[in-house]
Write a protein of this length. Sequence first.
Length: 262
Amino acid sequence: MHKFSRFALLSALLAVAAVVQAADDKSAALVNGVSIPQSRLDMRIKAATQQGQPDSPEMRKAIRDDLVNLEVISQAAVKNGLDKQPEIAQQLELARQSVLAGAFVQDYAKSHPITDEVLKKEYEELKTRVGNKEYKLSHILVESEEAAKKVAAELKKKGSKFAKVAKTHTKDPGSKDNGGDLGWAVPSNFVQPFGEAVLTLNKGQVSAPVQTQYGWHIIKLEDTRELKVPPFEELKPNIEKRQQQQAIQKAIEELRTKAKIE
C-alpha cells in the first residue's frame, strides 16, 4: 500500500564495475600465449576489497588463479565453437551491452553532478511533504464498498475492538496478524486518498470507508507524535542518489525519444 520508487535497472547499472585501463598494461599471466592484463587482476582485487575482503597475497593468488581458469575455459569454449552458437552469441552481446550501459551511467553521473543548490531545494521540499508529525495508524482493507460499510457498522457496536475486527476481516496480509497495525508513518508515504483521509482524523477516530486502487479501507488514527526531519548533511547522500537516478532515467528517456525504434 505504500508507494515505492522503482529504479531497479538504474541501480543494477550503477553497480557495474568500471573497467580499469592503463596506457602500458602489464601482463598478470600468459595462457597459451594470450595475456591476462594486470589491470583486469587489479579490477577484481579492487572489487573484492570493496566488498570487505582483506587484501592479502592469498586473496590475490586466488583471484589470479580464477582469471587463469576463466581464460583456459574460454579458450576451450571458443575452440569448440561455442561462441558461434546463436544463444551463446546473444548472451555475449547482452553482456557487452550491459557493461557499456553501466559505463554510460557512471560517465553521465560523473559529468552531470548534482549541485548543492538542487539538493537543498529537494531537501526543503521533502520537509514540506513529510510535515512535522508522524501518525500511528491501523486499517482494515476489504474488497468492496458494501463490505466496508458492514465493517464500519460492526466497529460502531458497543465493545467492538478495532484490532479484533481487523484480524477477522482485513485482506491486507502485512497487517492482518497485528490487528491492522501499520506502525508510524507520514501521510505522504501512502497512496491517495488514503493519506488525505489520515489528515482529517483526530486521535482515536475511525474514518469512513476510503477507496484506493487496493480496495476499501477503514482507517484508525491511534496516535501522533512530533517528527523531526534529520539535518541536510545526513540526508544529502540519499537525496543525491535519488536525484542522480532521476537525471539518468530522464537521459535514457531522451535517448529513446531520439532513437528510431521500429
